[in-house]
Design a protein around this ligand. Structure first.
Ligand SMILES: *[C@@H]1O[C@H](CO)[C@@H](O)[C@H](O)[C@H]1NC(C)=O
Length: 353
């Protein structure tokens, strides 16, 4: 429509501003289907006598017309379209816009056309017919993308003047724009995007542990990887991670935590509710996360106070109040060791010094 409007406007300008310039007026085109009669052709005003001028008359080319002659105005009203003069008058070379009412369109598929007042006192073109029939869709859509790998989803039908939205199936990621616009020339404003399949990168190695998985450069969505720790190390974190649809692993890799040597030899300690000599415990060690209760001497009274510490990745410092008995104390007076004397019965909120 834009180019047609421009062309007609150009003719109109040519006719009003420089009517005598032959180059700006098309040669007379006499098509078979033309119903109207063209006025007498001319080259200059002299050819037309005193009452007429040699003016550009659209497809008739330069013709002898009486510039004051008018075309019918106003037009008989129509339910299908509205007419509007684009020129101050309805005389020769005036322009008239005919616009179809909402939802209707011309046989060309456009919703408006421009008619020009011709030398034969008729408006150019056919009588407008605005119809509600939808134009053939094939002619008024932009081509939708070829969905090579079946991953891309499209919202919208690609009709001229509308937008479509792209999305990817889970497990793939959109590369490019997420929205596009079908232009009047039936071309997309931007190139189509693509969906790239997502993979997880190889899972992280774990110190003192093993990754139980086939070694690959990339792992598919849903792939599971298990972690194991070396002997005497305890897993802290996820034992299993899964490749998620966004290309991330479901959890951070776990840690393998070291055991702790029980920092007492000549005292019993409480482990898992059982009071034991450290030498009776396998390797005299406890696992990461295990709690050990030590016995400290009350500063004044002949009784013991219990204090607990937890093994953390090889670290189990004894409480500050704990005193390792001497060899002599251990050998000669084993029943007087702090871990063996009665526990102090103190108020609940009292703490060991
Ligand atoms: C992937 O998805 C998970 C869970 O939905 C989320 O916690 C994680 O941050 C996402 N990763 C990325 C890179 O978006």
């Amino acid at each position: 429509m834009d180019s047609a409007l421009l062309l007609l406007s150009f003719w109109a300008l040519a006719a009003t501003v420089a009517p005598q310039t032959p180059e700006s007026c098309p040669e007379r085109l006499v098509g078979e289907e033309r119903k109207r009669t063209c006025p007498k052709p001319c080259k200059v005003d002299k050819d037309c006598g005193s009452k007429r001028q040699c003016l550009c008359d659209g497809q008739c080319g330069l013709s002898c017309v009486a510039p004051g002659r008018t075309c019918p105005w106003p037009l008989t009203p129509s339910a299908a379209w509205e007419a509007r003069l684009l020129s101050p008058t309805h005389s020769f070379s005036a322009l008239l816009e005919v616009r179809c009412k909402s939802g209707l369109s011309l046989p060309s598929g456009l919703d408006a056309t421009i008619r020009r007042c011709q030398g034969d006192r008729q408006w150019s073109g056919e009588e407008p017919t605005c119809a509600g029939a939808t134009p053939p869709t094939a002619a008024l859509t932009c081509p939708l993308p070829e969905d090579a790998d079946g991953n891309i989803r499209i919202e919208g039908d690609g009709a001229v003047g509308t937008a479509i939205r792209y999305s990817c199936l889970p497990g793939s990621r959109l590369l490019g724009i997420s929205e596009n616009f079908c232009q009047d020339d039936r071309r997309w404003q931007h190139p189509h995007p693509a969906c790239r399949k997502l993979y997880c990168t190889p899972p992280s190695e774990v110190a003192q542990g093993y990754v139980v998985a086939v070694q690959k450069t990339e792992y598919e969505v849903g792939f599971e990887v298990h972690y194991l720790c070396k002997k005497n190390f305890r897993l802290d974190g996820a034992q299993k991670v899964t490749c998620l649809s966004n290309g991330s692993w479901s959890a951070a890799p776990p840690s393998c935590r070291a055991r702790c040597l029980i920092p007492a030899h000549r005292s019993r300690v409480m482990i898992d509710g059982v009071k034991r000599w450290p030498l009776d415990v396998t390797d005299a060690m406890v696992a990461h996360g295990q709690q050990v209760t030590f016995y400290c001497k009350h500063p004044q009274l002949p009784c013991s106070l219990a204090t607990s510490h937890t093994c953390h990745d090889g670290q189990l410092p004894p409480p500050a109040c704990y005193l390792e008995p001497t060899w002599l104390q251990y050998k000669l007076f084993p029943h007087r060791l702090v871990s063996e004397i009665p526990a102090c019965h103190l108020p609940a909120n009292a703490t060991a010094v």
